[in-house]
Design a protein around this ligand. Structure first.
Ligand code: NG6
Ligand code: CA
Length: 507
């Protein structure tokens, strides 16, 4: 009798659990989409893009199973504008106030326009944003961080959001779930200020001896110290809510995995915005020292592992085949971006920008040409593509894939290049405008033109060539991807054509 009851219970447990497991989403017309955004990862940072001093096995595997693009771009050489374009389908330089935002900035994405997450929502998807945001929160700079902070990701199309507000080097150093700071003690309210010191927390400037990682001189990372790291901006309060940098990545990973598990039966869109390898680089113990290239290299290993964890979860859930993973970066690479973390001294011959010139902040190719991998086992054959694609075009391309319409004046610059994204065509965009910090360049048929200007050619703070010059520059990217030979004098007609085109496109 007891044996029988035991067997019945066992069956109930086994079949009960089985019955509860949701059917995975296998609808090919509505594949799940996971967009993984690295922060400041360069064209040469992955072994599938030619890196030899660092190994990124998970991304290499992803690339070998999908389309790996050699000519893919973010719109801009810094974070906020690239993310703005990804979300809205509009070139950021068309709108004032889309440069790198302070941590207390107001939301810059219009709430009444089509966005990438709204498009998925309109198509019946569950949408989530996990990771770095950096597109502003609330409707003004002066805001109360202790109540509901909105509008934000939830108002521009995300059903669920688990974010940090700006960058890892900017206050407030807290997580926000939907509209609220996570783990906030109401007796210890948060105050944030970007103009003057608030509260009594030590700053890096006053107490450099308290820092576990030195800030670089003159870069501004010497305000409030959180977790032994000086930040940009001042904050007080919220002691229990402050993140531990070593746990940033795993916290985001857990939240991303939870969202995937909870929504495996529905079509879902996950915007998973990683913090690696942006400063301050403070990888988890298991990655520290592993790359031999300092914390920047270790952060890349952590990033690669994270992507592997997501791939493994999709396999386990049986939804890998019908899930599109897109992996890319929001701008090019930088070594010393505010902290003395060994990125420069331990580089060991690694070339974050590959064969390209420039880097983050630059209008040269390494500013916006980034790794871009798309895997969709159910519908896309592995290949390497040289089609010119841009992250801003995902909005129009997914609207095509999902049969959704975009209101007439929304996403004005987003082009449907779906066939290029899916590796079915080598024809991507015809024209691309690349945004450095001070300059715009134009690319057409692999000819690149940078207008003359008086801005400085080298950003000394980060030791990166900006691409600015007093003479016009013309490069033939087909033969000279490293932008070494300025052909402007040799082909004045090309210069004229592209200069006029740039003026026309940007007016
Ligand atoms: C710069 C910061 C840099 C980094 C960057 C934003 C200085 C001198 N440097 O202004 O450390 O935070 O902004 O990076 O303040 S991004 O990837 O989010 O664009
Ligand atoms: Ca960035």
């Amino acid at each position: 009798m007891i044996k029988r009851i035991f067997i019945s219970c066992l069956c109930l447990v086994i079949f009960g659990i089985h019955a509860q497991k949701p059917e995975p989403n296998l609808d090919k017309n509505k594949p799940n989409v996971i967009f993984i955004y690295a922060d400041d990862l360069g064209y040469g940072d992955l072994s599938c893009y030619g890196a030899t001093k660092i190994k990124t096995p998970n991304l290499d595997k992803l690339a070998s199973q999908g389309v790996r693009f050699s000519n893919a771009h973010c719109t801009s050489a810094t974070c906020t504008p690239s993310r703005y374009a990804l979300m809205t389908g509009e070139y950021p330089w068309r709108k004032a106030g889309t440069g790198i935002l302070p941590g207390d900035a107001a939301l810059i994405i219009p709430t009444n326009k089509m966005t990438l997450p709204k498009l998925f929502k309109q198509a019946g998807y569950k949408t989530a944003n996990v990771g770095k945001w950096h597109l502003g929160l609330g409707d003004q700079v002066a805001k109360d961080w202790n109540g509901e902070v909105k509008p934000g990701p939830n108002e521009v199309g995300f059903d669920y959001s688990f974010i940090f507000p700006a960058t890892a080097d900017r206050v407030p150093t807290v997580f926000m779930e939907n509209h609220k700071v996570v783990a906030l003690d109401t007796d210890d309210p948060i105050e944030v200020n970007y103009k003057e010191k608030v509260g009594n927390d030590p700053t890096g400037k006053e107490h450099p001896e308290l820092l576990k990682m030195k800030s670089s001189p003159g870069q501004g990372h010497d305000n409030t110290i959180v977790n032994g790291i000086g930040r940009i901006g001042y904050m007080s309060g919220g002691k229990k809510a402050r993140w531990v940098d070593e746990e940033l990545s795993s916290t985001f990973l857990v939240k991303a995995k939870e969202f995937i598990a909870d929504n495996q039966a529905k079509p879902f869109f996950l915007y998973f915005a990683l913090t690696e390898p942006h400063v301050p680089r403070m990888p988890a113990t298991m990655f520290r020292g592993k790359s031999g290239l300092g914390y920047r290299g270790d952060a890349i290993l952590q990033l690669d592992w994270t992507v592997g964890q997501i791939m493994e979860q999709l396999e386990t859930l049986g939804i890998s085949k019908n899930t599109i993973i897109i992996f890319t970066s929001d701008n090019g690479p930088v070594l010393d971006d505010g902290y003395q973390d060994g990125a420069v001294t331990k580089l060991n011959g690694h070339t974050p920008n590959g064969i390209l010139r420039g880097g983050k902040y630059s209008v040269l190719e390494a500013g916006t040409r980034v790794p871009f991998i798309l895997r969709w086992p159910a519908a896309v054959k592995p290949k390497v593509s040289s089609a010119m694609v841009c992250q801003m075009d995902l909005l129009a391309s997914f609207s095509n894939l999902l049969g959704q319409t975009i209101p007439k004046n929304d996403a004005p610059d987003s082009k449907n290049t779906l066939n290029a994204f899916l590796g079915k065509s080598e024809n991507g965009r015809g024209i691309l405008i690349e945004q450095g910090v001070k300059t715009l360049a134009i690319v057409k048929d692999n000819w690149k033109f940078i207008p003359s200007n008086d801005e400085k050619p080298l950003d000394e703070l980060v030791n990166i060539e900006t691409g600015n010059a007093k003479e016009p520059q013309l490069y033939n990217l087909n033969e000279d991807l490293g932008e070494k030979n300025n052909l402007a004098n040799k082909f004045p007609e090309k210069v004229k054509e592209l200069s006029e085109l740039l003026n026309k496109e940007t007016k």
